[in-house]
Design a binder for this molecule. Structure first.
Ligand code: CP
Length: 316
């Protein structure tokens, strides 16, 4: 795909929602990510972001997003400042998000922000001149996760379009599936949503898919849904987003992926999960060739390397 893609300029661009990007732009980023794999693995090194500083501001817990962004910056020769726990910052003294962002803007060349409130990353971008990358805002969006999910489907299945894709689990609060449903619809896939009745995909996302020409199917019968699926994308029930613990207790454990269930699926079905998982995938599945969620998590590095290189303006 690379030789046909016209060079695009992303320098200074915010990465807030996947909806801000055209399919051509997404293809361009995915192509750049492919070229980053040897750098992400440490097989090659070029300090194209030497002298550049990334602010890594995590107002909410994270393992993969924070570490892969920080690894990406380090592997390109740049440096990282920031925090993984806002309790050690002046937010504790009442500082606003806007003022924290103003500071990070003056100390660095790009800002990665994760925040519990939907819309926080968009707000942050209004107060920063340097590019802001949304690392997840509440139950809203997670665009860099979406790009690494697309990258994983592309590398595993050699194409995104025409795949039969099942999105399973907490489709109401799971921000990764909101971004992914939109992006997959740009490519023309078959989408099936499987969730407990109280955790259905929001209408806004469903309408968005329809506007892009994809009519999703819905079922609560997972066994049936995976029968001819190419991709099963599993999500955790997002306990931290439930206003009521009772409601969470009613749905937790509704679906569990195990080797018995996989007998109903195609041999080359791939199982994805943005992680962390809790109980929704039995560890026995890890050893099957279908399980690619750890590879998917690694893909966060080449994808985020590509993004940082593009928005900060490195030359790789
Ligand atoms: N996929 C994901 O966002 O993981 P973390 O919450 O660990 O960053």
């Amino acid at each position: 795909m690379s030789s046909f893609l016209i060079c695009m300029n992303f320098k200074g661009k915010d990465i807030i929602s996947i909806k801000d990007f055209s399919k051509k732009e997404i293809d361009y980023i995915l192509d750049k990510a492919k070229g980053m794999i040897p750098y992400a693995k440490g097989e090659k090194y070029k300090d194209v972001l030497s002298g550049k500083v990334l602010s890594s501001l995590f107002f909410e817990p994270s393992t993969r997003t924070r570490l892969s962004f920080e690894s990406s910056m380090n592997r390109l020769g740049g440096r990282v400042i920031g925090f993984s726990d806002p309790s050690g910052t002046s937010q504790k003294k009442g500082e606003s998000l806007a003022d924290t962002i103003r500071m990070a803007d003056s100390y660095s060349d790009a800002i990665v922000v994760r925040h519990p409130h939907e819309g926080a990353a968009r707000l942050a971008a209004e107060f920063a001149d340097v590019p802001v990358l949304n690392a997840g805002d509440g139950a809203g969006r997670h665009p860099t996760q979406c790009l690494l999910d697309l990258f994983t489907i592309l590398t595993e299945k050699k194409k995104i379009k025409d795949n039969k894709i099942v999105l399973l689990g907490d489709l109401k609060y799971g921000r990764t599936v909101h971004s992914l449903a939109h992006a997959l619809s740009l490519y023309g896939v078959e989408l099936t949503f499987v969730s407990p009745a109280s955790l259905k995909m929001p209408n806004e996302v469903i309408n968005d898919c329809k506007e892009l020409g994809v009519e999703p199917s819905y079922t609560s019968n997972l066994e049936k849904a995976i029968r001819d699926a190419d991709v099963l994308y599993v999500t955790r029930i997002q306990k931290e987003r439930f206003p009521d613990a009772e409601e969470y207790n009613r749905v937790v454990g509704t679906y569990k992926i195990n080797n018995e269930l996989l007998k109903n699926g195609k041999k080359d079905l791939i199982i994805m999960h943005p992680l962390p998982r809790v109980t929704e995938i039995d560890p026995e599945v890890d050893a099957t060739p279908n399980a690619i969620y750890f590879k998917q998590a690694f893909n966060g590095v080449p994808v985020r390397m590509a993004l940082l290189n593009l928005v900060i303006g490195g030359k790789l």
